[in-house]
Design a protein around this ligand. Structure first.
Ligand code: DC
Length: 237
């Protein structure tokens, strides 16, 4: 039995360190990395380019099957992986503030969430993957309720806002820490109170607080656990 790829779900609110943890873990294990937030962002980008309103369910539903969204290895070693829409690289274009808002809006539409389920599963379960790390909000609850390992990564509200504030400052954005905090509260409320797939830990998720833990240590511990479980699986073949 070869079995399906080993699935690691990493969910949690914005700014908890999910991206770094997922990237490091996937690189260490040689697993595929599926950044599901990037997928929602790419839908928002395609919709805005085609003049489709973020709440136009009929047109969003028709748009999604026409999109070819893929990930490619980073252009430089250690960098972020590339996001491709058709043949175009959109890695930067999806990270602007309007696309953050757009992704938040389209991700609240059930037609969009349903329309993206198959793509997320297909990217993770590709036969060439030994395993996959999926980063998102509803991976352990909806996309892969039977994931092999579920992590819910969180951090204090202030720490998350401070991390985001530092990132924005580096990009020359003039927002104040208070504005970032306010924005974050609004997004947290949207994400956790929406009717479909709200942000909440799966009952069997391990909850880790990155304000209290060293991320490198967490990644090393998780990688060790995954390797041990993979070799136990291998010896049961
Ligand atoms: O993680 P991110 O900031 O790139 O995510 C962009 C938006 O997409 C964010 O508002 C939350 C939403 N999202 C979601 O609803 N479900 C996911 N699995 C991933 C992201």
């Amino acid at each position: 039995m070869t079995g399906r790829p080993f699935i690691v779900a990493i969910d949690g609110p914005a700014g908890a360190g999910k991206s770094s943890a997922s990237r490091l873990l996937a690189a260490r294990l040689g697993f595929a990395l599926v950044d599901t937030g990037a997928i929602y962002r790419t839908v928002a980008l395609a919709a805005s380019r085609q003049g489709i309103a973020f709440d136009d369910d009929a047109r969003l539903a028709a748009l999604i099957p026409t999109l070819q969204i893929r990930f490619a290895p980073p252009a430089a070693p250690g960098g972020a992986q590339q996001v491709l829409l058709g043949g175009e690289e959109v890695t930067q274009a999806i990270r602007t503030p309007p696309m953050s808002l757009g992704a938040s809006a389209v991700s609240a539409r059930p037609v969009v969430r349903d329309g993206l389920l198959e793509l997320q599963r297909r990217l993770a379960l590709a036969p060439e993957n030994r395993g996959a790390v999926l980063e998102g909000r509803d991976i352990g609850t909806v996309v892969f309720p039977d994931a092999d390992l579920k992590i819910f990564l969180t951090a204090s509200e202030r720490q998350r806002a401070q991390r985001r504030f530092a990132e924005l400052q580096q990009k020359g954005d003039p927002s104040t820490l208070e504005q970032v905090l306010e924005d974050q509260r609004r997004r947290d409320r949207n994400d956790s109170e929406r009717a479909v797939a709200p942000l909440k830990p799966a009952a069997d998720a391990r909850i880790l607080d990155s304000s209290e833990l060293d991320l490198a240590w967490v990644v090393a511990a998780l990688a060790g656990e995954v390797e041990a479980r993979l070799s136990a699986r291998g010896s049961r073949k």
